[in-house]
Design a protein around this ligand. Structure first.
Ligand code: PEP
Ligand code: MG
Length: 572
């Protein structure tokens, strides 16, 4: 029996067969030529046949995929059918004596370089050419094509980590669960898995010891994978399937605790399209609007008019509701050419987020102008907050800028231990705080949130992180806040908008620590609401006290799981 443990990032319990992500196709040796006596014409003829086979496979996959994934697969299939690559490779075999695989490799390079030379849209297609080239080489060699396995049966996918292009083709109807040996809980892979509702575990060292074809039980609530599949595991997996067929529901109106206490449940969004989905999922409002998505991939700052239109489009989905707008969070993993310095040695500790306004105040002031203009155009109630605040004077400066424009309430994100520890002074100067547990965890534990090797540190269950959440709520109370008032009328409220808020067990802990509202990906709303409904505020406080006092993150999580049987029953 073998069992591996990683960091649980998206819950679910499944039984399935392991299929590992195929490694990148190795380059055929430069001097790989035709074997003695081989017929060059017959060898060259294998190339268009292999290209046609690749095209057929990609088209078959495209038919099964949907949305963006389908488009990517269709475009790649078309590329496989393009005669330029096959004809160039054909020439290398017939006149150059190269092996078909080597010929395709070199022809791919030639076509890709030519596209790169053209620049713009054509240059972006060079990557697709190299992908198609690798697939044809794999076909010629009889190897598994690179990327996500292409089997008819659904499977448990294992990988070192997923590239962005792979994530686009990740089809939850074929992939039962995703397990990576690298990647952190805040990596793109983890965030995507949560969005898709795909059970996922990251940083599961040793997972590649399971050969392809091994049947395993995956508990992505606990983060374990075992090849000893028991009767009980079958019951767990069946219960999870049943839950998928009859999903938990949430009709809005706050998460209601067993004693009737209401906790506002909000959504995290990045665009108007997300806002539409969040409204459809009955979110009580928006607890985090990540505005920087409008700015990413831009060479220049978008105009005030363009920003106003984008914010107003998102606000339109929440008339009469609270929408917490976070001002631009550039820097670190979200560099912006017009605002951040790409040469900083340590960008996560550099001039990011609110700090960028010191050197270039106009970007923030234009953004606040646009938010104020969008507020005028809409019936939503925008709350505005700044990310990456550390000192009280920073909060005072930001609040003054908001007040000048009539933007109220104005608040801050608590993402640095500094802000958490001095929360009383921050909340004396502003109207509300929202704890960004993703960054608060990385800065508390001094662990880069993108590094798989530090995933065990980068865990919001760490008692040190929970102690800072508690300190923030206590600071708010000292500044006149109502930590046990969960409605919107609470004075100086503290919310949580990091990924921790969408973890149902942690959600209970956060409420018990005095947090007034929780904001999460809309998909997590039903599970969080369901689990909250099983505890009273007194029980939540008791579990929170146990978690903060725990020796390790595992002890904290285990203590809470023991007190919340619903988590085990639902496989969360
Ligand atoms: C956070 O840090 O928890 C947060 C919500 O902000 P982001 O993930 O966008 O940095
Ligand atoms: Mg953050």
């Amino acid at each position: 029996m073998s069992q591996y443990t990683g960091v649980a990032v998206s819950p679910g319990r499944v039984i399935g067969t392991i299929r590992s992500m195929a490694p990148p196709v190795a380059e055929p040796p430069v001097d790989e030529t035709l074997p003695a006596g081989a017929d060059p014409a017959a060898e060259a003829a294998r190339i268009p046949a292999a290209a046609a086979a690749v095209q057929a496979t990609l088209n078959r996959l495209a038919e099964r995929a949907s949305g963006e994934g389908r488009k990517i697969l269709q475009a790649t299939a078309q590329m496989a059918a393009d005669p330029a690559l096959s004809q160039t490779a054909h020439g290398f075999v017939v006149s150059g004596g190269k092996s078909p695989a080597r010929a395709v490799w070199e022809a791919g390079d030639q076509v890709a370089s030519m596209l790169e030379g053209l620049g713009g849209y054509m240059a972006e297609r060079a990557t697709d050419v190299r992908d198609v080239r690798a697939r044809i080489v794999a076909e010629l060699r009889g190897e598994q094509p690179p990327g996500i396995p292409e089997t008819e049966e659904p499977f448990v996918l294992t990988a070192i980590d997923l590239a962005p292009a792979d994530t686009a083709t990740l089809d939850p109807s074929r992939v039962l669960a995703l397990i990576t040996s690298d990647g952190g809980p805040q990596s793109h892979t983890a965030i995507l898995a949560r969005q898709l509702g795909l059970p996922a575990i990251v940083a599961a060292k040793g997972i590649h010891q399971f050969p392809d074809g091994t049947e395993v039980f995956v508990d992505a609530g606990l983060g374990t994978i075992t090849d000893e599949v028991t009767e009980e595991h079958h019951r767990f997996a069946e219960a999870w399937t049943e839950l998928q067929n009859n999903p938990l529901t949430y009709e809005g109106g706050g998460g209601v605790l067993a004693d009737g206490t209401r906790v506002q449940l909000l959504a995290n969004i990045g665009s108007a399209a997300d806002a539409e989905k969040a409204a459809a999922a009955h979110a009580d409002g928006v607890g985090l609007f990540r505005t920087e998505f409008l700015f990413l991939d831009r060479e220049d700052e978008p105009s005030i008019e363009e920003q106003t239109a984008a914010y107003a489009a998102a606000f339109a989905h929440f008339p009469g509701k609270k929408v917490v707008v976070r001002t631009i969070d550039a820097g670190a993993d979200k560099p912006l050419p017009f605002l951040t310095d790409a040469d900083e040695p340590n960008p996560a500790l550099g001039v990011r987020a609110y700090r960028t306004s010191w050197e270039k105040p106009s970007v923030l002031s234009h953004q606040l102008d646009a938010i104020a203009a969008a507020a005028e155009l809409s019936e939503a109630r925008p709350w505005v907050m700044a990310p990456m605040i550390a000192t009280a004077p920073e909060t005072e400066d930001f609040v003054a800028q908001c007040r000048e424009r009539g933007l109220e309430p104005a608040g801050i994100m608590v993402e640095t231990p500094a802000a958490a520890i001095t929360a009383d002074r921050h909340l004396a100067a502003c109207d509300f705080a929202s704890i960004g547990t993703n960054d608060l965890t990385q800065y508390t534990m001094a662990a880069d949130r993108q590094l798989g090797s530090l995933a065990h540190l980068n865990n919001p269950w760490q008692p040190a992180v929970l102690a800072l959440v508690k300190a923030t709520c206590e600071g708010a109370r000292a500044a006149g806040g109502d930590p046990e008032s969960f409605g919107e009328s609470a004075n100086k409220p503290v919310g949580v908008c990091g990924e921790a808020a969408g973890d149902p067990g942690l959600a209970v802990v956060l409420v018990g620590l005095g947090v007034n509202s929780l904001s999460m990906t809309p998909r997590s709303l039903p599970a969080v609401a369901t689990v909250l409904s099983t505890v009273t505020l007194a029980q939540a406080k008791d579990l929170a006290a146990q978690a903060v006092a725990a020796r390790t993150a595992e002890d904290a999580s285990n203590a809470v799981r023991a007190g919340l049987p619903i988590l085990g029953e639902l496989g969360l």
